[in-house]
Design a protein around this ligand. Structure first.
Ligand code: KIV
Ligand code: ZN
Length: 391
């Protein structure tokens, strides 16, 4: 693996599917997993096998059909979880067990009613046991975002000693600032003995809207894997959005960090996941929202018609969107109207456009958005229709 390649670990089917009311059946999960494999993700977290017979079946079915990506199953630091995950993954070409334990004071004192040394021992034992099933074991330190760095480094060292290949540093509650999360990754890179034997992974939640920024700070500071979901779906405010981190890295080539993702599949995958789960993506969602490439104010429309790059930093085709949309509203100018009229077959002179535009404004004031049928109606009822028709 190149030093600057960022592994994309997709957890749409595990952390993403934890959205209330969005349970997928095995068939739907297999369809999504096949598309994720084609998209070029490096790892597919297919589920939490011990959690239910349905999840076990999905992880098993995905393990059988995925050709390129590593297939991963989640566990707690509990022997039976790990054994069941090993069983569910046994057909995978590249299986990975993802095991771990909470490391913040809050998790140690309240969830486990334990102490720091005991947690280190449990982490070590879980990774060691997982290694008896698969070679590739990822360890997560749950709530690492609120775990003090010195202790976190000791937990990571124990996981590496037991054979962990990846160390996941989750900001489980979405609490960290980007500078803080970046500094955490840097601290671990510089202070964990044996860190060269594993890669660090960012797993950020979006409770403060910082998941993408935190993941990017993580990789700038030395992490080499990002855990994310399509459309950023996940518990509470969700996880890091796959399409966002991938496009941030693509649009900023000077960072010298890239992924294996075929970005032209992003929009299609976004639609597939939202249709399968029945969660509709907000229109202003970065990269894949319905308005991500739509321009509605006159000033912006004029700029985009003259040169797309005036108001767009991404070519919509790069993410699988056919073209930018010029949306006609009462805020649109003549340039937008002329452009849309031309698309439906009318080449208007300047004088004709002045007349049609007046008709358009009174129509648009009555209607939120003017569509192609409306354009025909506006032109047909204008004073200059006979001239336009005979031209
Ligand atoms: O957010 C989190 O801490 C997780 C772990 C279970 C990896 O999803
Ligand atoms: Zn999570």
């Amino acid at each position: 693996m190149s030093k600057n390649k960022i592994q994309i670990f997709d957890t749409t089917l595990r952390d993403g599917e934890q959205v209330p009311g969005c349970k997928l059946n095995t068939e739907q999960k297999v369809i999504i997993a096949k598309q994720l494999d084609k998209l070029g993700v490096d790892v597919i977290e297919a589920g939490f096998p011990v959690s239910s017979p349905g999840d076990f079946k999905s992880v098993e079915a995905i393990s059988k059909i995925v050709k390129n990506a590593t297939v991963c199953g989640l566990t707690r630091s509990v022997e039976n979880d790990i054994k069941v995950a090993g069983e569910a993954l046994k057909h995978a070409v590249k299986p990975r067990i993802h095991t771990g334990i909470g490391t913040s004071d809050s998790h140690i004192n309240h969830k486990f009613k334990s102490n720091k040394e005991d947690i280190i021992q449990r982490a070590f034992a879980a990774v060691k046991y997982a290694k008896s099933f698969v070679e590739d074991v990822e360890f997560y330190a749950e709530d690492a975002g609120r775990t003090d760095n010195e202790y976190l480094a000791r937990v990571c060292e124990a996981a590496i000693k037991a054979g962990a290949t990846v160390l996941n540093i989750p900001d489980t509650t979405g609490y960290c600032l980007p500078s803080e999360y970046g500094a955490k990754i840097k601290y671990l890179k510089e202070n964990v003995k044996g860190i060269e034997k594993a890669i660090l992974s960012c797993h950020c939640h979006n409770d403060l809207g910082l998941a993408t920024a935190n993941s990017i700070e993580g990789v700038i500071n030395g992490a080499r894997q990002i855990e994310c979901t399509i459309n950023g779906i996940g518990e509470r405010a969700g996880n890091t959005a796959l399409e966002e981190v991938v496009m941030v890295l693509k649009q900023h080539p000077y960072l010298n960090l890239d992924t294996n993702i075929n970005t032209q599949m992003l929009y299609g995958l976004s639609q597939l996941v939202s249709d399968s789960m029945g969660i509709y993506t907000q229109p202003n969602k970065a990269i894949v929202g319905a308005n991500a490439f739509a321009h509605s104010s006159g000033i912006h429309q004029d700029g985009v018609i003259k040169n797309r790059a005036t108001y767009e930093i991404i070519d919509p085709k790069d993410v699988g969107v056919t073209e930018s949309a010029i949306v006609l509203t009462a805020r649109s100018g003549r340039a937008a109207l002329a452009y849309r009229a031309k698309n439906v077959g009318y080449e208007l002179t300047k004088l004709q456009l002045d007349d049609v535009y007046a008709n358009f404004l009174s129509f648009a004031d009555r209607k939120k958005e003017v569509n192609d049928n409306d354009i025909h109606q506006i032109i047909e009822t204008s004073n200059v229709y006979q001239q336009i028709k005979s031209a």
